[in-house]
Each structure stands twice: as structure tokens, then as C-alpha cells.
Design a protein around this ligand. Structure first.
Ligand SMILES: NC(=O)c1ccc[n+]([C@@H]2O[C@H](COP(=O)([O-])OP(=O)(O)OC[C@H]3O[C@@H](n4cnc5c(N)ncnc54)[C@H](O)[C@@H]3O)[C@@H](O)[C@H]2O)c1
Length: 247
């Protein structure tokens, strides 16, 4: 049985990834700074899954190292923990910027580095970036932190290639999680109209892509960013029914 470590696992996309990897037969170590990660793991374990939860902040290197030391060797790491907010560029503070970099970028680096030191050769790392690395309004701090995750992914793919560790990023579009609460209902409506496939993504849509890149089936893909956004990045939005050639 392979061991997978997932951060930001208490809810949303992280929980979706834990459920999927557990169903695929991994022993999953679920980390989150929220203590409801414990109840989540207990619920999945009661259903027969091998899920262990630890309450920890990804910014706490010593605690992360101790957890990994105990559960090693690792086969898969999914760096999913992240935060976001919106703020006009003119009003952004250095504190906003630092917080997003500390958690989204540095947190990914810390867990990936501690994990890579205790990972079997042939392991897989998946970093959760965001489609917003291509740009998004009033989120310069978040966009910059996630663009850095993309760069980190590419650099790690190069540096860990001698050990056959494949490192990729998944860049979700809009996904139905608590993170969406920063959007007003009006902005959510606009986002929906931009989704080519006509719906907002669900955590399992992201988990399916992560599961493939994290699997041993991914033998020859490394340093890539897989955008999972229901086609939004094609820039078309939803076609009105009368414009469809298939009616
Ligand atoms: N929801 C979206 O539309 C969307 C789109 C693109 C990318 N993403 C990315 O997907 C990831 C998951 O997002 P989500 O929508 O599920 O968010 P969420 O807020 O529902 O869940 C994030 C989880 O990460 C945990 N977390 C945050 N900071 C942490 C820290 N310092 N240490 C440990 N745990 C921490 C939170 O406690 C929470 O359980 C994030 O990296 C986010 O940037 C989300």
C-alpha cells in the first residue's frame, strides 16, 4: 500500500482529494490547521478507508518534519493547503502579500522539501496552483503566490528528476468550496456564465485530475500544469442554446 500526504485536507478540494486517494487504495495522511480534519478522517476510516489526520500548520516546518519522519517513506504528496481573499490593488498591504506567500508558496515548499527528503524514488508530487496564475481581478497577492507555485513545480521537477520523482501542478478554475465565499453572489453569477461546460467545478472534478498525476500510471509527465476549469480558459463562456449547432 502506498502512502499519500495531503495538506489542507479538512474540507473542500483537499477533502475531495483525500476521499479519492483513499478509494484508490492509498494510506492517506490528512493534514490541516483546522481540527475538524480529525472528524473527517474518523468518518472515512469508519467506512473502511485508511485515513489518519494530524492538526498542523504547513508553516510549522519542525512539526511537518516530525510528522513525515513518523509516516515515511512517502509515495505521494499533494500540496493543497491555501488561502485567498480579494482586495483592490491600491489597497493591498504587505501583510496580505506575505500571508498568501507564506501559506500558498512557502507552505508548499516546506512540505514538498521535507517530504522529498523522505520520499521513495519514483514518488509523485502534485501542487495545487490556480487557473488565476493567468490573471484574476483584485487578487494580485494570491495570483503572484500561485504563479510562484507554478515556477516552483517546474524547478522541483528538474531537481527531483534524477530520483524519478514526477512533480506537476493542477490549476483549478472556480470550484464549489468555502473558498468561494469571498465572492459576492453577483460575481459568482458572472463566473458561472464564463464556464464553457455550464457549471462550477466540484472538488471531485479536481480530485480526479490529481489522482491521475499522483498515480503510478503517470510515468512520463513532469513539470506540467494541468488546468482543470471546465474549459473557461478557452475564453468562450457558455454559448446560448440557439447558437449551438447541436440543437
Ligand atoms: N475553490 C476554488 O475555486 C479554487 C480555485 C483555484 C485554486 N484553489 C486552490 O485549491 C486549494 C484548496 O482550496 P479550497 O477551495 O478547497 O479551499 P478551502 O478554504 O475550502 O480549504 C482550504 C483548506 O486549507 C486549510 N489551510 C489553510 N491554510 C493552512 C495552513 N497554513 N496550514 C494547514 N492547513 C491550511 C484550511 O484550513 C482549509 O481546510 C487552495 O490551494 C486554493 O488556492 C481553489
Amino acid at each position: 500500500m502506498e502512502t499519500a500526504l495531503v495538506t489542507g485536507a479538512a474540507r473542500g478540494i483537499g477533502r475531495g482529494i483525500v476521499e479519492r486517494l483513499a478509494a484508490d487504495g492509498y494510506r492517506v495522511i490528512a493534514l490541516d490547521r483546522r481540527d475538524d480534519v480529525l472528524a473527517m478522517a474518523a468518518e472515512l476510516s469508519a467506512g473502511g478507508a485508511q485515513v489518519e489526520a494530524v492538526v498542523v500548520d504547513v508553516q510549522n516546518r519542525a512539526a511537518i518534519a516530525a510528522i513525515i519522519e513518523r509516516i515515511a517513506p512517502l509515495d505521494v504528496i499533494v500540496n493543497n493547503a491555501g488561502i485567498t481573499s480579494t482586495r483592490r490593488f491600491e489597497d493591498l498591504t504587505e501583510a496580505d502579500f506575505r500571508e498568501n506567500f507564506d501559506i500558498n508558496t512557502l507552505g508548499t515548499f516546506v512540505v514538498a522539501q521535507e517530504g522529498a527528503r523522505r520520499m521513495r524514488n519514483g514518488g509523485r508530487i502534485v501542487n495545487i496552483a490556480s487557473r488565476s496564475f493567468a490573471g484574476a481581478p483584485q487578487m494580485a497577492h494570491y495570483v503572484a503566490s500561485k504563479t510562484a507555485v507554478v515556477g516552483l513545480t517546474r524547478a522541483m521537477a528538474i531537481d527531483l528528476s534524477p530520483r524519478d520523482i514526477r512533480v506537476n501542478a493542477v490549476a483549478p478554475g472556480v470550484v464549489d468550496t468555502d473558498m468561494l465565499h469571498y465572492m459576492t453572489p453577483e460575481r459568482q453569477q458572472v463566473m458561472l456564465s464564463l464556464q464553457l461546460l455550464g457549471r462550477i467545478g466540484q472538488p471531485e472534478d479536481i480530485a480526479r485530475a490529481v489522482a491521475f498525476l499522483a498515480s503510478r500510471d503517470n510515468r512520463y509527465i513532469t513539470g506540467q500544469v494541468l488546468i482543470v476549469d471546465g474549459g473557461r480558459s478557452l475564453g468562450q463562456g457558455q454559448l446560448p442554446p440557439e447558437a449551438s449547432p447541436y440543437n
